[in-house]
Design a protein around this ligand. Sequence first.
Ligand code: ADP
Ligand code: MG
Length: 346
Amino acid sequence: MDVRGLSVAFQSKRAASKSGVESNSTVASSEGAFAVRDLSFTIARGKVLGLVGESGSGKSVTSLALMRLLPYQARVSGEIIFAGGNGGPDSLLELPDENMRLLRGSRIAMIFQEPMTALNPVMRVGDQIAEAILAHDQVSKSEAWQRAVEGMKDVAIPDAERRARDYPHQLSGGMRQRVMIAMAIVNRPELLIADEPTTALDVTIQAQILDLLADLRAKFRLAMLFISHDLAVVSQVADRVAVMYAGSLVELASKRDLFQAPAHPYTRGLLRAVPTLHTDRARPLQTIEGTVPSAQTALPGCPFEPRCGDRIPECALELPPLVEVSPGHWARCPVVNRSVRLPVGV
Ligand SMILES: Nc1ncnc2c1ncn2[C@@H]1O[C@H](COP(=O)(O)OP(=O)(O)O)[C@@H](O)[C@H]1O
Ligand SMILES: [Mg+2]
């Protein structure tokens, strides 16, 4: 998956009526608010990119844009290239709806935060997984059922034959999330998008689901976009980490570089705010002053500028470019580039 300059704006109703255009128009509006702004990243086969950012930073909008599942009011621009093993490369934003529908749930699959709302409460879980198979493969119902049970074994659900006959409410939260994962992987996707897959679970179950995802990644050479607001959770599964702030990608690095040498002032602030075993309990934790700007306040410059202790006048003028501060380590900050003084690789 190769994402280049992805932006998503939601046209506000006010802007739509003011300019006298239909609400489904794709005409650009100066009042449309950017939920995601100029996002670029790649995910290779078998690799996990962690996408981290606080609530409202644009993580879910990004994942829905990749799947082309955003509501029609969303204006999406940029490029999303998907070059899987079984065909492609495809430019997803240009693909006809029908081709996109075939790709969704087969080559690219997605799991969501809350399995109880994503599952059908009045259908046996085995039938729901079988339905996902039948949507893409012309096999008999009994074969689909058999493959559904195999899928439940793949996600380590004990006694899968019997459990397949259960309804969602008969399963625990962790088991329901396993069913969701089974449904996502039964068609052997090349890319799995997991949007906060463990946020609704308690910590021990969360750890088991993270282990399961790591196993599946290795077993099926899955590429994965793993989204979480929790840096600690991301650090357990990701190879590379992308940090989002108010719709912009502010830093992208290997997990090791990000934790050992964070470059962007926002990332550094986040890491300082996390307590560790060595934290002095007598002193309050460091926090980042101020609040996150809302998506409606369209700042021309760096979105973190109003809260940034390292800001310089040019930060408020325009969105700084992503520059490579060391090989494979990118940050959207002009100040860090000055202090680090490495050759810029763009
Ligand atoms: N359908 C929509 N219409 C207008 N704004 C939206 C819509 N969906 C999301 N947004 C806005 O986009 C921003 C990012 O949301 P989201 O991607 O859900 O954040 P998160 O990082 O918590 O997943 C938020 O400001 C949200 O209000
Ligand atoms: Mg979200």
